[in-house]
Design a protein around this ligand. Structure first.
Ligand SMILES: Cc1cc2nc3c(=O)[nH]c(=O)nc-3n(C[C@H](O)[C@H](O)[C@H](O)COP(=O)(O)O)c2cc1C
Length: 168
């Protein structure tokens, strides 16, 4: 079983809530849950699996903690590590930049040599555009606590189950 860290940035608590849900559903893997505000870049080198949570703020931009951390990302060597992204957004309020932060982080983490898992179909999401799309699928799990909080649990559950083959 690989060691797992769940690391999130969150300004108003929604991504923190989602990160806790992910941790609960992976409890048998004993993941470590960390707020990015308290994480040094070196800590990303320790676990075999990184599950990274990021909301989108400021119209298609990174949340503050991710924005501060961003310059450190490309310096990391994450070769051999598994990375999966989950994001928080508002598809009604910001339909043209829905969960853009996922795509911004995806492009930067791609420079580290990591292997991405956890992409998600657009089926069931209503939005106009997103930087988080690659080849028509989301690079990670989009969540929307502002409008579809009732779907968060089932979306996290399905996503976590899709990750499990990569965690052993
Ligand atoms: C000023 C502002 C800008 C936002 N910009 C976006 C955006 O561009 N795209 C998006 O999907 N959500 C956007 N959101 C919605 C947030 O991502 C959403 O409320 C999220 O749940 C916040 O997560 P957090 O509580 O973990 O910080 C924005 C919200 C605010 C208040």
């Amino acid at each position: 079983m690989k060691s797992i860290a769940i690391i999130y940035g969150s300004s108003t608590g929604n991504t923190k809530y989602a990160a806790r849900l992910v941790a609960e559903k992976l409890a048998s893997y004993s993941p470590v849950l960390k707020d990015l505000a308290d994480v040094s870049p070196e800590e990303l080198l320790e676990p075999g699996v990184l599950l990274l949570g990021a909301p989108t703020w400021s119209i298609g931009e990174l949340q503050d903690d991710w924005d501060s951390f961003f310059p450190q990302i490309k310096k990391l060597d994450l070769t051999g590590k598994i990375v999966a992204l989950f994001g928080m957004g508002d598809a009604e309020g910001y339909p043209d930049t829905f969960v853009d932060a996922l795509g911004i982080l995806y492009d930067e983490f791609a420079k580290t040599g990591c292997t991405f898992v956890g992409e998600v179909s657009t089926e069931g999401y209503t939005f106009d555009d997103s930087q988080a799309l690659r080849n028509g699928v989301f690079v990670g799990l989009p969540l929307d606590e502002d409008n579809e909080g009732n779907k968060t649990d089932s979306r996290v559950e399905a996503w976590v189950n899709s990750l499990k083959p990569h965690l052993d």
